[in-house]
Design a protein around this ligand. Structure first.
Ligand code: GLN
Length: 200
C-alpha cells in the first residue's frame, strides 16, 4: 500500500514512521508532481491550517486534492488536517470545526479515550487543537468525544481527529512541528486507516 503524506509543513514525519512500521510505503507531497504518483490513501498532518491552505493553493494542489478526496481517495486528517477537510476549506467532510478550541491556557494536553471501532485507552495528544462543533450530515459519524466535544469522526473514506494519533504521550513541546516529536507506539489509529483502504 502506498500512502501520500502532505509534507508542506507540520507533523508529517511521525505519520510516515508509524505507517512504515505497519508495512505501508509512504511518499511526501511537496509539489504537484509528487501528488501525481499513484497512491492508495492520503495523510493531511497537523500543523497550521492557514499556512497549509495558503501553500496548497499557491502550489496548485488544493483542487486536485479536493477532487481526489471527493471521488473517494481514503484520507486521514489530523488536527490542522481535520480543519482542511471541514466546510469552508476542502469541504469534503460534513463538519464544522472550531479552531484553537481549547484556548491558550489549555492549548496542549494529553489524555486517553475510547474510539468507536478502535478501542479504549487510545492516546490523544492535543496541540492547539480544534474540535468538531457540528456534524452537518448523517453521512458523518462521531467516533470519539472528550469532555462532551467531538474529537474524531468518520465519513465514508474520510477519517479526522482533533488530536495527533501519530505522536507518543510525551507532553507537547514547542518543537513538535519540527519533527522532534516521538512517534507513538500505539499503532491502532493508523492500522484502522489502513484497514479503511484494504480490510485486512
Ligand atoms: N491550531 C492549528 C490550526 O488552527 C492546528 C494545530 C495542530 O494541527 N496541532 O491550524
Amino acid at each position: 500500500m502506498r500512502i501520500a503524506v502532505l509534507a508542506l509543513q507540520g507533523a508529517f514525519i511521525e505519520h510516515e514512521q508509524v505507517l512504515q512500521r505497519l508495512g505501508a510505503e509512504t511518499f511526501q507531497v511537496r509539489q504537484l508532481k509528487d501528488w501525481q504518483q499513484p497512491k492508495d490513501g492520503l495523510i493531511l498532518p497537523g500543523g497550521e491550517s492557514t499556512v497549509q491552505m495558503r501553500l496548497l493553493s499557491k502550489l496548485g494542489l488544493l483542487e486536485p486534492i479536493r477532487q481526489a478526496v471527493a471521488s473517494g481517495l481514503p484520507v486521514f486528517g489530523t488536527c490542522a488536517g481535520m480543519i482542511l477537510l471541514s466546510e469552508d476549506h476542502l469541504g469534503t467532510m460534513d463538519i464544522r470545526v472550531r479552531r484553537n478550541a481549547y484556548g491558550r491556557q489549555l492549548g496542549s494536553f494529553f489524555t486517553t479515550g475510547s474510539v468507536e471501532g478502535i478501542g479504549n485507552d487510545v492516546p490523544m495528544t492535543f496541540i492547539r487543537a480544534p474540535y468538531i462543533e457540528t456534524i452537518l450530515s448523517p453521512r458523518c459519524k462521531a467516533i470519539a468525544t472528550v469532555d462532551g466535544h467531538i474529537v474524531a469522526a468518520r465519513q465514508g473514506n474520510q477519517l479526522a481527529t482533533s488530536f495527533h494519533p501519530e505522536l507518543g504521550d510525551q507532553q507537547s513541546t514547542p518543537d513538535m512541528f519540527a519533527g522532534s516529536g516521538q512517534p507513538t507506539d500505539d499503532y491502532r489509529f493508523h492500522r484502522y486507516f489502513l484497514d479503511m483502504i484494504h480490510p485486512s
